[in-house]
Design a protein around this ligand. Structure first.
Ligand SMILES: *Cc1c(COP(=O)(O)O)cnc(C)c1O
Length: 424
């Protein structure tokens, strides 16, 4: 069982609102740090283990610095994410570059920074060589095709995924790279998303270990690490299972011990967890501002899908707590909606909640990963602030809310917008 706790109380929300109007995101420093420690501890048996936090999940400097302090590297997928990593002092192999449809300038920057480059496709061998050069250490992204099953159950459909190379392409790429000077290799795969059991990472570790051994034999190369990428899930619904990272770590250890016995080979384990590292430790806070009764009961918020897109995009469930009404009976069925001119702008459909009033403060749980970062500006909506609740209970603004001036900043060639774009 997991209880859904809010990071802030009603009183704290009221105080914060005076300075930072809703909607805003709050993150829990202690939760993030303790969880990162526990995660890394689960793999401490593996020499060279590294978690490369997937920057796209929560690209905020304060969060990335906190994770860095706790031993994490970063996984970047674009030029801007690389620049952010560089600015925050991530160096060389503390950066994994797992991109796809990669532009030349992105390869060039990743190479310059000494990041570990994870090639998504066989054609990227030449593209990388042309754009930058062939590094001594390089990673290859594997897509085994078909369905990815664990105990007969389909976990993911690699055959429908645009990522990674076929098994034959792995061999070809490794041979080519070796002939061009690459000396150490890694193998990466991402085959299922938001998995809440304890078997996904171990099954993947088994597959990648076997692949590494056979690739070493075929190509005469040395594989240094296997990269399990992201895919660990979190319980979005109350009562759902939570991954047990200690168990996951132990299961992978058994696989590693068996591989060492059988093949005499040991590999470093890398991960690129995003959701597992951050989702439970970030929440979107907003206010109920309107009600509407037509064929259904609507509760309208000052937040919208531009602040948190997952429900609109995937029909994802985000648990809702009404601050100050935690102990009231959920007695009214609402569609909880945002203000976009899009009918999918619904945070919840037919959700039973305590009777709401205007001014009620709503907390949307498990929004710490792939939440703020998916935000966009449709309907001229502005991105919200992000606030960190520190260990000592104080609050720090870690990103200010966008203003109209930010929205108009790219119109600086129009004098009609001078009031916004000049002398701000
Ligand atoms: C999105 C992504 C991740 C993070 O995935 P989570 O599901 O958040 O753990 C890691 N690696 C790559 C290459 C990704 O695209």
């Amino acid at each position: 069982m997991n209880e859904k706790k809010t990071i802030i109380t009603l009183n704290e929300a009221k105080e914060l609102k005076k300075k930072y109007p809703t909607p805003f995101y709050v993150y829990d420093e202690k939760g993030i740090a303790d969880n990162a420690d526990e995660f890394i501890e689960a793999f401490s048996w593996n020499e060279g283990f590294k978690e490369y936090f997937a920057v796209k999940a929560t690209p905020n400097p304060a969060i990335l610095k906190l994770l860095k302090k706790h031993g994490c590297g970063v996984d970047c997928a674009s030029e801007t994410e690389l620049l952010m990593a560089q600015a925050l002092g991530f160096k060389g192999e503390e950066i994994m570059f797992s991109s796809n449809e990669t532009a030349d300038r992105e390869f060039a920057l990743a190479y310059k920074l000494g990041a570990i480059i994870n090639l998504d496709d066989i054609t990227h061998v030449e593209a990388l060589e042309k754009a930058a050069g062939v590094p001594k250490k390089i990673c290859l992204r594997y897509n085994p095709g078909g369905d990815f099953k664990i105990d007969g159950q389909i976990m993911g459909q690699p055959s429908e995924a645009k990522y990674g190379m076929t098994r034959a392409q792995l061999t070809e790429a490794a041979k080519k790279l070796k002939s061009k000077g690459a000396e150490k290799f890694g193998i990466h795969a991402f085959l299922a998303s938001n998995t809440v059991g304890n078997d996904y990472y171990p099954a993947l570790a088994g597959l990648l270990t076997e692949t590494a051994v056979s690739l070493e034999k075929e190509c005469g190369i040395e594989v240094e690490f296997i990269n399990l990428s992201g895919g660990l899930g979190v319980p979005y619904r109350p009562g759902e299972n939570k991954c047990d990272v200690k168990k996951i770590g132990e299961k992978i250890r058994n696989i590693a011990v068996a591989a060492e016995k059988k093949y005499g080979r040991k590999y470093k384990i890398f991960t690129e967890s995003g959701r597992y590292m951050l989702a439970p430790y970030g929440q979107l806070v907003s206010e109920v501002i309107r009600f509407k009764h037509t064929y259904k009961e609507y509760a309208g918020l000052d937040a919208c899908a531009a602040n948190l897109m997952r429900p609109a995009m995937y029909g994802a469930y985000h648990h809702i707590t009404v601050l100050g009404k935690e102990n009231e009976k959920p007695s009214v069925k609402y569609d909880v909606v945002g203000s976009l001119c899009e009918n999918n702008d619904k945070f919840a459909v037919d959700r039973l909640l305590p009777k709401l009033d205007c001014g009620d403060i709503i907390v949307m749980h498990d929004a710490g990963a792939h939440g703020f970062s998916m935000g966009y500006n449709y309907n001229g909506k502005l991105r919200s602030a992000e606030i960190l609740k520190k260990r000592d209970g104080t609050f720090e603004l870690i990103r200010r809310a966008e203003t109209a001036a930010d929205y108009f900043a790219t119109f600086d060639m129009y004098e009609e917008f001078d009031a916004y774009t000049k002398n701000k």
